[in-house]
Each structure stands twice: as C-alpha cells, then as structure tokens.
Design a protein around this ligand. Structure first.
Ligand SMILES: [Zn+2]
Length: 505
C-alpha cells in the first residue's frame, strides 16, 4: 500500500469501527453456538489495509504530535488497536485453527461422545463426585493435547508484540498499557489473600463438606470448581426457570429496565455448542450490546447473569456523543469489570436471598455466606494466578512457556483444590486479564463501601445506586479504574474494603 492510502486518525477510527462490529458479530455467532467454525481470519483479511506498519506510523506520529491529553489518549488507543490488528492478522489463521480444533474435539464419557465445551458445562451439573473427577481428568487430558499449539502461538505473539512496540519485556509492555506496576499490585493482593487465609480455611471446611460431601478426597481436584461455583446442592432454591425474571427484577430495583433497553439484546437459549460461560459482546456501543448466558440452574446462573448485566448496562449506558474510541476501546478490562462485579455483588446481600427466594433470615445469611465462600475462593485463585503469570512472563525469554513453573502448587495452596500442572497454558488469559479482574475486585469493594455510605445499607435495591452508576457508565471506557478510585475517595491500592468483604467483618 502506498503512503497516500494510509488513513488520517479520524478516518481510521471510522473504518476500524466497521471492522470491530464485524469481528464482534463473528465472535458472538461462535460463542452462542450458531456457527461451528470461527472465520476471524477472513474478516481480518478483508480489512487488511487497517493493519499495516505504514498506518501504524501515521497514528504514532499523530499521537506524539498532539498536546491535548484526551486526544493523545484516543490516539494511543487507536494506535494500540492497529498494533494488535497487525499481530492478529499475522496469527488469525493459526488462532482460528486452534479454536476450530477445540470446537471439534470430542471425548468419550459414559459411552457418549462429548464436545469439550459440553464436558466443561457438564462438570457443573454432574452430581456424582467420582464421575466429576473422572470427567475432569478426561477433559484436562484432551485440553492439554492442544498445548503445543497454544505455546507456539504465545511465542509468535510475544515476538510480534515485542517487535512492534519496541519493548521486549512482556511484563513491562503490560505495565505500560495498564499504567500500573504489576509487581506492586501483586504484593498488595497477596497480602489481602493472606489476611483472608484463616477465614478461607473456615469457609472451605464448612462448604466443601456441604457441597462435595463427606466422601470427598483429602484434596479434591479442580474439576469440582464449576460444581462448587454453581452451589449445586442449593439448586432447588435457585431454579433455572426463574433466573431471568428475578435478575431483571433485581436490576429494575437499581433503576434499570433491562428488557426495555432495546440496545441490549438477550440470548438466553440453550444450544449444544454454546459456551457455558456467560458473556457480553459489545459490538457497537451504546447501540448494539449482546448479553449471552446459558442457564444451567443454581445460584451461579443468577450471578453470571447479573455480572454480564453490569457489563451490558455499562456499554449500553455510555454517552453516544463520546468519540467511538471512548465507547468501545479501553486500555484493559479493569474498568468494565468494576460494574459487572458491583451488580453481581447484590447476590452477596442476605436481604436479596430473603426477598426473592422465600428464605428465613438464618437461611438467607447462610446462603449469602456461600457466595462469600466462593468469592474468597475465586479471589485467592486469581491472586495466585497473577503471581504465577508474572513469573511465567519474566522467565518467558528463557523458557518460552515450556515450564508450568509454580502454577499447580500456588493454585492448589490458594484454593485447597488440586490443580494439574498441565492446565498452566489454557488457564491463562492474554494480557494479564487476571490483573484486571483483581483491580476490579479492589475497586468494586471500594465502590460498595461508597454506596453504603452514600445510599445506605439497602444500596442493592435503591434507584439512587442506579443514578450513581449511570453517571459512571456515561463516561464509557474513557477513565481508568484508578481514576474511579480517586473519584470515590480511595487510594487505588487500598484493600481495606476488600479484606472486610472477604472476611465478612
Ligand atoms: Zn466480566
């Protein structure tokens, strides 16, 4: 391509928006099980002129040539989108190949052939402890058979990102993008995980007994995580059939009429290839936002739905007058996860359990404690993941991802579930997503403290909460999670509210 065809930043934003919507639609179709194969590579190829080094130079020059902070931030995000696009264009065919091989992968369990996605979904609902161990081992083995491809892709991606950014160190690259110190964050998080250690031991003994039964092994495998998350023995209290209605009502109490927001498109259907994990695909915020869930029964349906509702309300609630970049692109996911966490946090309120499920005060307290058990479990799991991932990427130039390092010991110690070292690649999201979740954990606890102070203890059913949230949603993806902390009057690394929440004190 000649230099005359590289776009100006304004033209670039418009063309990129069209590409983004198309790629999001493909992602949606695969995730909901409408399509059996992913064709991202073809979409990237159709928009290949967006992803050239020449275009990157134009964006970079504009970025360093502006003195306006907002404009520089917008150009930074467009430039990073271009960089990632160049990487994706080079890797899309191989990534599609891996994705499609995963979709086609089958295992045999109890005489039935199961896609890997269905096996993962089944782990949440199989009532028999030994069968879960068995299916979990089969799924782990099949999943690990893709590790060679995963590792090759990691090496290729790291090489390209290093070359385009000029920064060889993966940790430093991510720190620059997130504008934080990952190591400082990790040490603060580790302290909070330790502070919640005694309480976790108490909760774990109590809830493993309730949820896994007395016949469990001394160290149950991580295959039980989905079963634990679903709080399956409490299933009859939280029926599948009522989850949408109650979640819509829960969100309504906060002042949001979910079904009356035409921009939010709900996909609640059950399809065999639909991924078991709920998600939001914000194809064109605020106008087109897909909320996708696959209900299986149990409290986790409610939690997953409310979590994704938080994302959907954020994207559908952003000010349409913002430049597209500040409606759709962010440096990381730490901002939008605050809003998913805070809406999901309603399920930690005993009053919510009493209100919707006809429980006595004591039963409601008990079930709310179950949600706290899960939260501490997941928090400690993520804090351990971040610690492992930092070591993994520090050693990456020498090890090239060959070693599972301390993945299994760290996660096993943090959770009390036995992690298999072979999960060390598939249990890792790109770009230190774990750090984004963990920042959102700190922030949503701060936000909850703020809401309790400003709105009161019934923040979880007050439209005053919705008003505060709507003000934050309107800002789109522009602020950082650290900006939000300061606006709420907290230091970004203040984990006092988080530890209070985890320990129930
Ligand atoms: Zn989320």
């Amino acid at each position: 391509m000649s230099s005359t065809t590289a776009r100006s930043p304004q033209q670039y934003e418009e063309s990129y928006e069209a590409y983004y919507a198309e790629a999001a639609e493909e992602l949606r179709a695969v995730r909901v099980g409408e399509k059996e194969t992913s064709k991202q590579a073809a979409i990237v190829a159709r928009h290949a002129d967006l992803f050239t080094r020449e275009q990157l130079d134009v964006l970079r020059a504009a970025e360093s040539g502006t003195s306006d902070d907002g404009e520089r931030e917008r150009l930074y995000r467009l430039r990073r989108a271009c960089e990632s696009g160049i990487v994706d264009a080079e890797l899309a065919a191989r990534e599609d190949e891996l994705e499609n091989a995963l979709l086609a992968a089958r295992l045999t369990f109890d005489g039935d052939e199961l896609p890997l996605n269905s096996a993962e979904a089944m782990l949440a609902v199989l009532p028999d402890y030994a069968k879960r161990e068995q299916l979990g081992a089969l799924a782990r083995e099949l999943d690990a058979s893709f590790d060679v491809s995963r590792r090759e892709l990691l090496v290729a991606r790291d090489g390209l990102e290093a070359e385009l950014s000029g920064e060889r160190d993966a940790v430093a690259r991510n720190e620059a993008e997130k504008q934080i110190s990952l190591r400082e964050l990790e040490s603060v998080l580790r302290r909070a995980a330790d502070d919640a250690g005694d309480e976790y031991a108490r909760l774990r003994d109590r809830w493993f007994e309730r949820l896994l039964g007395p016949g469990r092994g001394a160290l149950p495998s991580s295959a039980h995580l989905r079963w634990l998350r679903r709080l399956s023995p409490l299933e009859s209290t939280y029926p599948k059939a009522r989850s949408v209605e109650i979640c819509v009502e829960t969100v309504r109490a906060l002042g949001f009429e979910l079904e009356a927001i035409p921009n939010i498109r709900l996909d609640l259907e059950d399809r065999p290839q639909k991924i078991p994990r709920a998600c939001v695909v914000a194809a064109d915020p605020p106008d087109v936002v897909h909320l996708i869930t696959r209900a299986q029964g149990g409290l986790s349906d409610y939690q997953a739905f409310l979590h994704e509702a938080g994302h959907a309300l954020h994207y559908a609630g952003c000010d349409p007058r913002l430049p597209w970049t500040f409606r759709a692109l962010s440096r990381d996911h730490a901002l939008t996860e605050i809003y998913s966490y805070i809406v999901e946090a309603v399920t930690k309120e005993p009053g919510w359990h009493a209100l919707h499920f006809g429980l006595s005060e004591m039963e409601a307290e008990e079930n709310a404690e179950a949600t706290r058990f899960l939260e501490v479990l997941l928090y400690r799991r993520y804090a351990a993941k971040l610690r492992y991932e930092l070591g993994f990427w520090e050693a990456f130039p020498a090890e090239r991802g060959e070693s599972s390092r301390d993945y299994a010991p760290l996660l096993t110690k943090a959770t009390g579930l036995a992690y298999d070292p072979r999960g060390h690649l598939s249990d890792m999201d790109a770009g230190f997503y774990s750090a984004d979740y963990l920042r959102a954990w700190i922030r949503s606890a701060q936000l909850r403290t703020y809401l309790r102070r400003e709105v009161g203890d019934d923040w979880w059913r007050s439209s005053a909460t919705g008003e505060i949230l709507a003000g934050l949603f309107a800002e789109g993806t522009r602020p950082s999670t650290e900006d939000i902390a300061r606006r709420l009057g907290f230091d970004p690394l203040d984990t006092t509210p988080l530890v209070t929440e985890l320990t129930g004190t």
